[in-house]
Every structure is written in structure tokens, then in C-alpha cells.
Design a protein around this ligand. Structure first.
Ligand code: NAP
Length: 342
């Protein structure tokens, strides 16, 4: 049966303006990094998550060339759904993709050259069966390619009509300022920055958030649940169905004593707010006025629903913030620090 979207989907969420642009984004975005790949099709649960998200007003889906596994399969699987069930909703959707990490063999399959970015965007469009993406990102800062060349590639993606907006991900404040200037010189706006940010990974607070505010660039924080670590799932055992068991981007070495202490204390605070820890973690990221969206992942519809229900309580008293600050401290979990340390 063809999917028909819930007619009440736009009644609940407060959409947020992306920097100084005309684009509104939902406060929560669903990312397809994990759980949407697979050689033939995405799982039926993942397909349900896409529909559930849209039914609840999530208009933004975030992808990248190499999401899978195998690389490209999240885009291909998503493309099948774009061609069928979601086709009639294309103008209601913001679809993003990125290029920067390893995608194909040889010298033109990663980093920030024009050769790579342009070829990768063409491939992404084919896989997703789209004429254009809404946002195209430089996925990481490339210290060896002149930033002018990466800016040229992003500008070309807009001029060629293959992207409506462009963004950058995991760039430091310094490189963000440079890239913004280069894009402006090319008559292009840098729409959005996509950094990692959560209660136990707070690097953006040093200077990136204030830079983005000053430049009028939106911010979409990825991994606000620290890949699932901001939940109670790892307190006693490593559950079978979890990212650590999948042995992918999380390592059981990250489950330290100091981590467990923090999670127990943060859970108590969340309970007092009538929230679960994942819900409080999402609301907390969104407490910044210039935070456009929290970019989450999910394994099941149940998890997704729980995350979306965070929107029932998004305000914090100064007392709560103070209390949270006692425990919301760095754990060594920022896998993307190399890019943003430049
Ligand atoms: N730009 C970049 O370099 C970059 C890097 C990483 C991610 N991203 C983007 O950000 C998106 C989100 O990243 P992420 O998946 O790491 O985000 P996340 O929201 O921090 O983690 C998602 C994981 O948390 C767990 N989870 C979700 N809801 C839960 C709940 N209610 N209760 C308990 N656990 C819950 C699930 O893990 P289990 O599977 O263990 O249940 C889920 O897979 C990606 O899909 C991608 O679009 C971008």
C-alpha cells in the first residue's frame, strides 16, 4: 500500500530559522548514517521510521555519500522510497548529502578537491533519484586542498542547480570564518554548519557557536545522544542490539567509570523534568537560540518516538542548567575532533 502522510503533521513542531536564511528546519532531523543501509533494501523498521518521522513533522533527512554499509546504500535505499512513497512530498522535504570522507578508491575518492566533490554529488543524485539536493556539505575540512577549491566546488553545486544550499561539517571556528568569506566572495551563502555536540562533547561552546551566530550561519548538531551513550542502555551490560555490539563507530572502551557516574546523575535530573535522558539530551542541545536542529539517529520507531517527545519540554530553569553542568562534562568520545582541530 502506498504511504499517505498524516494530515496533522505540521501542527505540533516549532520550525526554526536556519541562521539568516529563508529556510526553516524542524527542531529534530533524522540522520541515515546507521540502520538505513543494506545491499538490497533498508529494513522494514527503518522504512517505518522515515514515514513516522514525516508523519510527526520531520521534514529534514540527512545523508552522506558513504552511509551504509555498504557505502552508498543508505542513499540508494532512500532513493527507492523517494521514487515511490515520498515522491509526491518532494517539495515538503529537505534532503541533504555530503562528501569528504572515503567513498571510492584512488586519489579522487575523498577529502575536498573539486574533482571529488562534484563527482560525488552527481553520484548521490543518481542514487537518491533526485534532480537536486537541498543542502550539499563539505563533510570535513581538508588541510591539503586550498579552501578556495572546496569553496569553488560548493559554489558550482549551487550554480549547476544540483544543490539549493551549501554547508560545512566539523570545521573549526577559524576555518568556518574563512570558508564563509570565500563563499560570500562567490556570491553564495554558507547556510549551515554541522558539528558534533552533546552533553559529553561540548567543543562547539568554546567559539564555534558564537561565530555561527555572528555570521548568521545555522547550526545542526549531530550525535546529540552521543551515539546512544546518553541513555541508560550501557549502565549494566552491552545490549545485543546496540551500536557498541554492532562494533561500528562506538567502542566499549568508552564505557568508563566516570561516564557511568555522569549518566546516573544526569538521569536523575531528567526524571525530575519528567523526561528520559535521551529526551533531556535533545532538549538541552536545542536550548541555544541559534541551534537550528538536533540531528539524531534511531534504530526503532519506539526510540524515534521517544526522541520526538523531547519537544514536550524544551525549556530549562537556570537551576537545572547549573545542576546539569556539574555532570555534563567531556568524555573522550569526539571522533571528529581531527577535522575541527585545524
Ligand atoms: N557530519 C558528520 O560527520 C556526522 C557524523 C556522525 C553523524 N552525523 C549525522 O548525524 C546523524 C545522527 O548521528 P547518531 O546516529 O550518532 O546520533 P545520536 O542520536 O547521538 O545516536 C543515535 C543512536 O542512539 C540510540 N538511540 C536513539 N534514540 C534512543 C532512545 N530513545 N533511547 C535509547 N537509545 C536511543 C540508538 O543507538 P542503538 O543503535 O545503540 O540503539 C541510535 O542509533 C547521523 O545519522 C548523520 O546523519 C553526521
Amino acid at each position: 500500500m502506498t504511504y499517505i502522510a498524516n494530515s496533522k503533521r505540521y501542527l505540533k513542531l516549532n520550525y526554526r530559522r536556519c541562521g539568516h536564511s529563508g529556510l526553516l528546519l524542524p527542531p529534530i532531523t533524522l540522520g541515515l548514517w546507521h540502520n538505513f543501509g543494506g545491499k538490497k533494501n533498508m529494513s522494514s523498521e527503518s522504512k517505518k521510521m522515515l514515514f513516522r518521522a514525516f508523519d510527526r513533522g520531520i521534514t529534514h533527512f540527512d545523508l552522506a555519500n558513504n552511509y551504509g554499509p555498504p557505502y552508498g546504500s543508505a542513499e540508494s535505499n532512500f532513493g527507492k522510497i523517494m521514487k515511490s512513497d515520498l515522491k509526491k512530498y518532494r517539495d515538503e522535504l529537505i534532503i541533504s548529502t555530503k562528501a569528504g570522507y572515503d567513498m571510492w578508491p584512488g586519489p579522487y575518492g575523498e577529502w575536498g578537491s573539486k574533482k571529488y566533490l562534484i563527482a560525488s554529488l552527481d553520484q548521490s543524485l543518481k542514487r537518491m533519484k533526485l534532480d537536486y539536493v537541498d543542502i550539499f556539505y563539505s563533510h570535513r575540512f581538508d588541510p591539503l586542498t586550498p579552501l578556495e577549491e572546496t569553496a569553488d566546488a560548493l559554489a558550482q553545486s549551487i550554480r549547476s542547480g544540483k544543490a539549493l544550499y551549501v554547508g560545512i561539517s566539523s570545521y573549526s571556528s577559524k576555518q568556518t570564518i574563512k570558508m564563509n568569506k570565500l563563499l560570500n566572495e562567490r556570491g553564495i551563502r554558507c547556510l549551515i554548519h554541522q558539528p558534533s555536540y552533546s552533553m559529553i562533547n561540548r567543543w562547539v561552546e568554546k567559539d564555534l557557536l558564537s561565530t555561527l551566530r555572528k555570521l548568521g550561519i545555522g547550526c545542526i548538531a549531530f550525535s546529540p545522544l552521543a551515539q546512544g551513550m546518553l541513555s541508560d542502555k550501557y549502565l549494566k551490560i552491552i545490549p545485543k542490539n546496540s551500536r557498541i555490539s554492532d562494533n561500528s563507530s562506538l567502542d566499549k572502551k568508552m564505557i568508563t567509570k566516570s561516564y557511568i557516574y555522569k549518566i546516573n546523575e544526569l538521569t536523575k535530573i531528567a526524571k525530575k523534568r519528567n523526561q528520559t535522558l535521551p529526551q533531556m539530551a535533545i532538549s538541552w542541545v536545542l536550548r541555544h537560540k541559534n541551534m537550528t536542529s538536533a540531528l539524531i539517529g534511531a534504530r526503532t520507531v519506539m526510540q524515534l518516538d521517544e526522541c520526538l517527545d523531547s519537544q514536550n519540554n524544551i525549556t530549562f530553569s537556570s537551576k537545572e542548567i547549573k545542576e546539569i553542568n556539574k555532570y555534563a562534562k567531556e568524555e573522550n568520545i569526539n571522533l571528529w575532533a581531527r577535522s575541527s582541530n585545524n
